[in-house]
Design a protein around this ligand. Structure first.
Ligand code: F6P
Length: 559
């Protein structure tokens, strides 16, 4: 087990007491092994929590009932329940940007009342949803046609970061779902995120401008990559169809109506959202709803939003001991801050969730990758962990070697009971999905139990190979078992991970909802852009950079 890296942050007596008790837990658990902890049936039974559609088994975490008790004490002392309530009530819990954090309002029922700045935001949310519903129905039915009168069967959604990752995650998850898949028949959805021209080429490969609708998704409508990609796709459309194509082939999703107008798009063709929606939490706004409704129809989107709402309600109302996001958040704090594990893996045993890890990577690392607390004082310990992941079983043939015999990487396994696309070959003992799930059950045990030198010796393994074949085990994981993967449960899963991140930030006392760390690179890129443009247009030299960057830039420009 890694040693604790935490230093005690100054806080209330209750917080400090819980923190100290958890540090003592680290010491107390040093002599134990998950192999033994898993023998304790009472402990195991207490470390399972469920919500309709989802079961969380955290019995393979390096923790006991006592650890969970003190983690809950820490949550209490940090005011997690109160902070959840404040978030959901529209309190401006993002003080560095002066904003409420209300992604839950994006999936609220029409009669809910959620205020930001004294005004109920829910009617605005539903007005936009109604607009998307009508628009997507017109496009999908062929009533809204392109410049040459053809139906728009293909969509390119341009956006980056939070304006891309969540929608792509949801799109991929539902491609093979029976209902969503059938609704998407004859339609294509592509995403264009990277400013790399290769991404442009990939996005429009095989597409015909006459049948393509471009959705420009940008909260600010100033993001350099998105704006250049939007201009690139605009020129592709205009070159083929003339200037008037813009009105019929381009729509926007943004909070910046002036920016949309300035780009030459009719603000009527804009779907709005609000400053209280953080980019990485925006998949349930028009950011995700527009492309998903165009591809799968609005009914599917409504189920997705309902699933997220269901998890929001659970998060807001379930007792902390049975509250899935709170439990997962506390285990994240335990592994990261107390046990000192700097990474965590997200391992969905479901190919449809291939974009879960990239999405949650942004949700978590842009939210909790911080070094200071809300008041600006140093955190005193590391912030959120490095998140990464791949679907199983692919990951098993990639980085699992390290997880089994190298570093300790706490893992979250996600499995699904019902297959989206069942296959069972005649003569095979198990179905293809069951084969996948065999691995979902085997891997957490392999990590936890390991294999001892004695076991290997008993099996007759030659002595010189024993050190190489030994598995130390004692490697923590949680298993999330979903009944099925459809639009509703996808919404649940999304909200579960969004709220886990919030819980961790609430316990650490950081602002999980700003992202100042992305700014400096953007400023420096602007300086480089000005230099490259200047050299290209007027000649001259590279100046104003350090010697390393100057030399590399010169080499690039000579090339
Ligand atoms: O939607 P926008 O304004 O184009 O921003 C895109 C992304 O850029 C960031 O600001 C920083 O990477 C993200 O938080 C955001 O999701």
């Amino acid at each position: 087990m890694a040693t604790a890296v935490a230093t005690k942050p100054p806080a209330t007596a209750a917080y400090t007491d819980a923190w100290t008790a958890l540090e003592a837990q680290v010491e107390a658990l040093k002599g134990s092994h998950l192999r033994d902890l898993l023998e304790d049936e009472d402990r195991c039974a207490s470390m399972v929590a469920s919500h309709p559609g989802l079961t969380l088994d955290f019995s393979r975490q390096k923790a006991t009932k006592k650890t969970m008790f003190y983690l809950q004490e820490l949550a209490k002392a940090a005011g997690v329940t109160e902070k959840v309530a404040a978030m959901m009530a529209g309190t401006k819990i993002n003080p560095t940007e002066g904003r409420s954090v209300l992604h839950v309002a994006l999936r609220a029922a029409p009669d809910a009342v959620i205020e930001s700045g004294g005004a109920n935001v829910v009617p605005d949310v539903h007005a936009v949803l109604d607009k998307v519903k009508a628009f997507s129905a017109r496009v999908r039915s062929g009533e809204w046609v392109g410049a040459t009168g053809k139906a728009l069967t293909d969509v390119v959604s341009i956006g980056i970061g939070g304006s891309y990752l969540g929608p792509e995650f949801a799109y991929e998850a539902l491609r093979m779902d029976a209902t969503a898949g059938a609704a998407a028949s004859g339609r294509r959805l592509r995403f264009l995120a990277n400013v790399d021209p290769v991404d442009v080429a990939r996005a429009r490969e095989g597409l015909n401008p006459e049948t393509t609708l471009v959705v420009v998704v940008s909260k600010t409508f100033t993001t350099a990559e998105t704006m250049l990609n939007a201009r690139t796709m605009r020129s592709w459309l205009v070159d083929a169809l003339g200037e008037s194509a813009v009105a019929k082939h381009m729509v926007a999703v943004s909070t910046n109506a002036d920016g949309v107008k300035g780009f030459g798009m009719d603000p009527e063709n804009m779907f709005g959202f609000w400053d209280w929606v953080g980019g990485r939490y925006s998949v349930c706004s028009a950011v995700g709803v527009v492309p998903l409704a165009l591809q799968y129809g609005f009914d599917v989107v409504e189920r997705f939003l309902a699933g997220a709402r269901d998890m929001d309600t659970h998060f807001a109302t379930a007792p902390p001991e049975q509250n899935l996001p709170i439990l997962m958040g506390l285990l994240g704090v335990w592994n990261n801050t107390f046990l000192g594990h700097a990474t965590r893996a997200l391992l969905p045993y479901q190919q449809a969730l291939l974009k879960l890890a990239p999405h949650i990577q942004q949700v978590d690392m842009e939210s909790n990758g911080k070094g200071v607390k809300l008041d600006g004082s140093p955190l005193g310990h590391e912030g959120g962990p490095v998140n990464f992941g791949e679907p199983g079983t692919n990951g098993q043939h990639s980085f699992y070697q390290l997880m089994h015999q190298g570093r300790v990487v706490p893992a979250d396994f996600v499995g699904v009971i019902a297959a989206q696309t069942p296959i069972h070959l005649a003569g095979e003992p198990v179905s293809n999905h069951e084969e996948l799930m065999c691995n979902f059950f085997a891997q957490p045990d392999a990590l936890a139990l390991g294999k001892t030198a004695e076991q290997l010796a008993d099996e007759g393994v030659p002595a010189e190979l024993i050190p190489h074949k030994t598995f130390t085990g004692d490697r923590p994981s949680s298993s999330i078992l979903m009944d099925r993967l459809d639009a509703f449960s996808l919404g649940q899963l999304l909200a579960l991970f969004e709220h886990r991140t919030a819980v961790e930030g609430f316990v650490w006392g950081i602002n999980s909802f700003d992202q100042w760390g992305v700014e400096l690179g953007k400023v420096l890129a602007k300086q480089v852009r000005t230099t490259i443009a200047g050299v290209r247009s007027k000649g001259g030299d590279v100046s104003g950079f350090n010697s390393s960057t100057t030399a590399l830039l010169k080499k690039f420009l000579q090339g």
